[in-house]
Design a protein around this ligand. Structure first.
Ligand SMILES: N[C@@H](CCC(=O)N[C@@H](CS)C(=O)NCC(=O)O)C(=O)O
Length: 198
């Protein structure tokens, strides 16, 4: 059974738990003592020298980075649906995976790190970035139901968690009706599991 080194309030870890639930992939969840810095010490630092979680282990396969883990899960257990192997549809999904790690992580993700976990960072810059990406997503999702293609893909699973948790970073989703409707569509997927704060 694949194993996830996990932290419950981490949106990045949640992406992995959620994707496994949607795909009905059994997962051994191993809680990490994050406050004690277990992810910076052996044995976890040997699995991920970046000193971060999630860490995903499936036999000989060891992966860090939630987006990469979603790719692995989708290709292994999701067929063509969650991540197409056709060039243009695959690229459409991939461009949203980078949004998850860039604009969303540095926008609503950082604002939440500041407000909820007391991390020292430029929260004004994070809120400006959040407003920009939420505006872009609102315009995009006013035209289509899902971020990429015409169906749920790992693009939605990568981007939804930190957007849905925006309020924990002092950002209201009220002005973003299409974004809110998209979050609800993700929550209605068969097998969906929530995370704390949603
Ligand atoms: N690109 C990684 C980022 C992972 C990440 O930032 N993880 C956080 C927890 S959500 C972490 O472990 N940070 C290390 C630290 O703050 O010491 C991913 O998407 O999984």
């Amino acid at each position: 059974m694949p194993k996830l080194y996990d932290l419950e309030p981490s949106g990045n870890c949640y992406k992995v738990r959620l994707m496994c639930a949607l795909l009905r992939v059994p997962l051994e969840v191993v809680p990490v003592d994050f406050l004690a810095g277990a992810h910076k010490q052996s044995p976890l630092i040997d699995l991920n020298p970046f000193g971060e979680i999630p860490i995903f282990v499936d036999g000989d396969v060891v992966l860090r980075d939630s987006q990469a883990i979603l790719v692995y899960l989708a290709r292994n257990w999701g067929g063509e649906g969650w991540l197409s192997t056709e060039p243009a549809p695959m690229a459409d999904v991939m461009q949203w995976l980078t949004v998850a790690e860039n604009e969303i992580a540095r926008g609503p993700g950082d604002a939440r790190l500041h407000d909820k976990f007391g991390v020292k960072l430029d929260v004004r810059a994070a809120r400006e970035k959040a407003a920009r990406i939420l505006g872009l997503m609102e315009a995009h999702l006013a035209r289509q139901q899902w971020l990429a293609l015409d169906r749920p893909t790992i693009a939605d699973i990568a981007c939804m968690p930190y957007v849905a948790l925006s309020h924990e970073g002092g950002i209201s989703l009220e002005p973003y009706l299409a974004v809110k409707a998209w979050v609800e569509r993700v929550k209605a997927l068969p097998g969906f599991i929530p995370m704390p704060g949603q």
